[in-house]
Design a protein around this ligand. Structure first.
Ligand code: KG4
Ligand code: ZN
Length: 343
């Protein structure tokens, strides 16, 4: 079964053709980060306008790279939430148009479920190689969720951020340190040269809960930057190279520690058999390495290009939903605050 997966929930316009939920026949991502870079963050109006112009060319490219025509597509899947309302609408309405004119079934996929199923695209087969339950840490620009996957398509939300998402915290810290957008990859790159010489930044913890909180960490960084005189930044002052590298490392280490602490706790409280890492922050090399080092259950982490937003993960999640009998939903809508695993 060939599924065309479409993803436009944030600032990447993406389409992919996935065979049987696991085989990537094509995976095309048109990133808008250059457009948003100059504003230091995502501007929703620009994001939806860019999706509008990029989506059909990206879908055509996905078909071409897969050496298929629309006739070989068995179903279309599109992210219908959570995400930016305008961005989701472009994806959902375009997918409806394609489904109608090509006469194909259409289903809506939860973006977070997509991030989870990207682990199946890597031949990791977490269900076969470890078994359920699996703790999924999905950390991105919009979410930091701990989801207990009890079986295929069976989720329970067991932890979430109470304020900023981990990726959002990286993006804000990068601005304080004079680095570009998106902040996570920039902070990771700067950290590599650090000597780890600063007093650590705080690791906020919410007692008796698996929830996260990152806004205090960001404020602590701002306070330290102010006291060292490089923030707010002006034409004549800014962080030295030493301050940028050391604070990048200190900030990354604090975020990674919080993510590891709660994930480890979630695994032990639920006797989980494995961990799946997903979302843009899961592309972070320090998080990937330290998660593997401390866990005594297998950690399944897709390659970095499948952690950030893509259409392949939507095609993979769609396959498992279709197999489970999810009916076509031509009347489905974009749901910007769609949740997962709420009981
Ligand atoms: O999943 P994603 O592509 O889009 C959302 O659904 O939000 O995640 C984007 C987020 C951004 O905040 C970005 O800074 C972060 O993921 N990110 C990283 C890395 N690569 C992307 N954070 C830390 N380290 C990275 N290498
Ligand atoms: Zn995402």
């Amino acid at each position: 079964m060939n599924v065309l997966g479409i993803e436009t929930s944030c600032d990447d316009t993406a389409a992919a053709v996935i065979k049987d939920g696991r085989i990537i026949k094509s995976n095309v991502v048109a990133s808008q980060s250059d457009m948003h870079k100059k504003y230091g963050g995502i501007i929703p109006e620009i994001a939806s306008r860019e999706h509008f112009t990029a989506l059909i060319p990206v879908v055509n490219e996905a078909l071409e790279q897969a050496s298929l025509t629309y006739k070989n597509i068995d179903a279309i899947a599109v992210t219908n939430g959570p995400g930016l309302a305008g961005s989701l609408l472009i994806g959902v309405n375009s997918a409806k148009g394609l489904a109608m004119s090509w006469d194909k079934p259409l289903i809506g996929i939860n973006h977070l479920e997509g991030h989870i199923y990207s682990a199946w695209l890597e031949d990791l087969e977490p269900d076969q190689n470890a078994g359920f339950p699996i703790v999924c840490l999905i950390a991105s620009g919009g979410h930091t969720d701990l989801i207990l996957m009890k079986n295929h398509l069976e989720y329970q939300l067991i932890g979430k951020t109470r304020d900023d998402a981990a990726g959002e915290a990286f993006d804000k810290a990068a601005r304080v340190l004079g680095l570009g957008f998106p902040g996570g990859p920039e902070i990771q790159k700067m950290s590599e040269a650090a000597k780890d010489e600063l007093d650590p930044l705080p690791r906020p913890e919410i007692k008796a809960s698996l929830d996260f909180s990152f806004s205090g960490l960001k404020t602590a960084l701002v306070r330290r930057a102010e006291s060292e005189g490089f923030y707010p930044m002006t034409d004549s002052n800014g962080p030295s190279h030493y301050q940028t590298t050391e604070y990048s490392f200190a900030f990354q280490e604090a975020i990674v520690d919080c993510l590891l602490r709660n994930t480890k706790k979630a695994v032990s409280e639920n006797s989980a058999k494995a961990v799946i890492l997903g979302g843009g922050v899961a592309a972070n090399s320090r998080l990937r390495k330290r998660m593997n080092d401390i866990m005594d259950v297998p950690v399944f982490t897709p390659r970095p290009g499948l952690c950030t937003d893509n259409g392949a993960m939507i095609g993979a999640a769609a396959f498992f939903n279709l197999q489970n009998g999810l009916p076509a939903q031509l009347d489905m809508d974009a749901v910007p605050n769609l949740r997962i695993g709420l009981t």
